[in-house]
Design a protein around this ligand. Structure first.
Ligand code: SF4
Ligand code: FES
Length: 368
């Protein structure tokens, strides 16, 4: 019998005013005309609660780009789900935030691209975005909503980690996620411009340890060593099909937000399948669930039920085989690919290939 999932990630839309070069959306974005309507999302939220989910993450793209966001928050609350809004913030103001709180929103996770406005706006590809985010962060706490600040970190902002921690404290955030870029999709295209150096990583780890001790009881800092410097992989999504499911803007039911990057899958869709049928009965969710699918060296490894073989999307992105051991593991025969990538990135420039809705992405100039 399959355990119930803990959380549903609802990717309401791929529309977003920002163009982050590490965006976790697929490189082939879904257009607005293909998005699920309000009633279908409301049914999906009810099904998630019935399946056993406790948390709902409303994400995108930018979820507040949906004109029906208040109806969606109300539907989620009505289904009994704890609702977290994952937002870039730039479409919010005091009125919309008050309305979201009134509709039953439980928590806001606000992204920042850097602690310094010029760099933040360049990374997000959105002029004036950083100042707007700071204002919105203050409005979130003023509205009485708990705030998590999410800082995706990489070579071009990691040196300002102390300032990012100060920013989280200043905004009254209870939690700061220091999230190293995950390299698939858009981020893989920009890997050379984003991979941090080992010296940066060591400094950041020391900064986090000191800040955790200094701000205990006031700020929780989540921090995971980036895969490219790890000896063992993370348990991506808590293991394939074990804890989480995601629904894409077009309704595809996925074991993780990046699963559409994997070829050879026929993912169920909420238009024709219930979440329960997908979770309990689909081949897509069963394929890498548990340990039975594992190759050597995962098979029989004492960490097989700790990290579940790592990340399938990263394994595919780096080796072309989604069933391979995640190369982040030092026991993987492909582990050397990571050191090679770090070496290549060391001599690379800082220009980005920005996420674009359509048509094909264009190159941006390097800073300065
Ligand atoms: Fe994890 Fe597989 Fe590496 Fe063992 S061999 S630590 S299960 S990735
Ligand atoms: Fe898809 Fe890790 S992101 S399994």
């Amino acid at each position: 019998m399959t355990d119930a999932p803990l959380a549903l990630l609802a990717e309401l839309t791929h529309r977003c005013p920002l163009r982050c070069p590490y965006c976790s959306n697929p490189t082939a974005l879904t257009g607005p005309g293909e998005e699920l309507d309000t009633a279908t999302w409301a049914r999906v939220f009810a099904e998630a609660a019935e399946l056993g989910c406790l948390q709902l993450h409303l994400s995108g793209g930018e979820p507040t780009a949906r004109r029906d966001i208040l109806d969606l928050v109300r539907a989620a609350g009505g289904a009994g789900l704890y609702t977290n809004l994952i937002t870039a913030g730039v479409l919010l103001d005091a009125g919309r935030l008050a309305a979201l709180a009134e509709a039953g929103l439980d928590h806001v996770q606000l992204s920042v691209q850097d602690a310094e406005a010029g760099s933040a706006d360049r990374i997000g590809g959105y002029a004036g975005g950083h100042a707007k985010k700071l204002a919105v962060g203050r409005l979130v706490t003023a509205a009485g909503l708990p705030l998590t600040l999410n800082a995706v970190v990489h070579r071009q902002n990691l040196d300002r980690l102390p300032a990012l921690i100060d920013l989280a404290l200043d905004l009254g955030a209870g939690r700061l996620e220091v999230a190293h870029v995950q390299y698939y999709g858009w981020a893989l295209r920009n890997r050379d411009a984003l991979l941090p150096t080992r010296a940066q990583l060591e400094a950041a780890t020391a900064t986090v340890e000191a800040a955790r001790a200094a701000h205990r009881g006031r700020l929780v800092i989540d921090y995971v060593v980036p895969d490219y410097y790890a000896k063992r992989p993370k348990a991506c999504m808590g293991g394939w099909g074990r804890r989480f499911l995601a629904v894409s803007p077009a309704g595809r039911i996925l074991p993780c937000h990046a699963a559409e990057s994997l070829p050879g899958f026929d993912f169920p869709n909420v238009r024709t399948s219930s979440l329960r049928a997908a979770w309990e009965g689909s081949e897509a969710f069963a394929r890498y669930r548990g340990t039975g699918w594992m190759p050597e060296p995962c098979r029989g490894c004492d960490r097989a039920e700790v990290d579940w073989g790592g990340c399938r999307c990263q394994a595919f992105a780096l080796t072309g085989d989604a069933a391979a051991t995640d190369p982040a593991c030092a026991l993987s025969p492909d582990h050397g690919l990571l050191a090679l990538a770090v070496e290549e990135a060391a001599g690379a420039g800082e220009g980005f290939t920005y996420r674009e809705p359509r048509p094909e992405p264009r190159r941006a100039p390097a800073p300065g």
